[in-house]
Write a protein that binds this ligand. Structure first.
Ligand SMILES: O=C(O)c1ccccc1NCC(=O)[C@H](O)[C@H](O)COP(=O)(O)O
Length: 223
């Protein structure tokens, strides 16, 4: 008998407007991401209302996205906005990931991928993060809207599960799930679902979430 399809976790990133946050939270993504990198067009630090975030369903884990920020400012921001986790989108070390995790923070460490991927560079991070996130290397630290060659993860064999990011949209989700990448547990959706930077189109997100929750069709069995 074929194994059942594997549902994927969904993170919707780059949220900042109250009504839009509520509309997207109603779709019950697994994670909502808020950018705390001042250089981003999706910077959320001045717009977010902590009381609104605290009222969101508990099943929607709220993640602050940081680029090379110190541990103390990260912890202060998470506490101020009632966030559950930190996505580290710069050159953060395994020691910093471990420090945050030991403080009870859900840690997602991003690795930017260009034309090649040195999987050995991940080894020092093993055991220090809840998830890795592989995103496309581009001009900006994130939100570039471009996909990398996901087949670079074909030989992934570390224990830490990972999310895929970078230019994922309605047109390439089926291709992604059909790859059956080892270690893949979720995807991160951002600019391909926007009507403006930081504003998501809930009507376009809804079918994508349903498709990702249905998961990859089982790999055909050899006969
Ligand atoms: O989205 C941003 O503006 C951003 C800026 C600085 C650091 C991280 C940023 N985004 C983090 C994400 O997790 C994005 O969802 C990820 O880069 C994929 O974005 P996209 O290629 O637009 O789908």
């Amino acid at each position: 008998m074929n194994p059942s399809p594997k549902p994927l976790l969904v993170k919707v990133c780059g949220m900042r407007e109250s009504a839009n946050i509520e509309a997207v939270a109603d779709l019950r993504p697994d994670f909502l991401g808020f950018i705390f990198h001042p250089g981003s067009a999706r910077y959320a630090g001045t717009a977010l209302q902590p009381e609104l975030l605290r009222a969101l369903p508990e099943s929607v884990r709220k993640i602050g996205v940081f680029v090379d920020a110190g541990t103390v400012p990260i912890l202060t921001t998470l506490a101020a906005f009632g966030l559950d986790g930190a996505q580290l989108h710069g050159q953060e070390t395994p020691a910093q990931c471990a420090e945050l995790r030991n403080a009870g923070v859900l840690v997602i460490k991003t690795f930017s991928v260009g034309d090649s991927l040195d999987l050995e560079a991940l080894r020092p991070y093993e055991g220090t993060c809840d998830y890795y996130l592989f995103d496309t290397k581009g001009l900006a630290p994130g939100g570039n809207g471009i996909a990398f060659d996901w087949k670079l993860l074909r030989d992934y064999n570390f224990r830490t599960p990972y999310l895929l990011a970078g230019g994922i949209g309605p047109e390439n989700i089926a291709t992604l799930t059909a790859l059956h990448l080892p270690g893949l547990v979720g995807v991160d959706l951002n600019s391909r679902f926007e009507t403006a930077p930081g504003r998501k189109d809930a009507a376009r997100l809804a079918p994508a979430l349903a498709q990702l929750r249905r998961g990859a069709a089982p790999r055909p069995q050899a006969v």
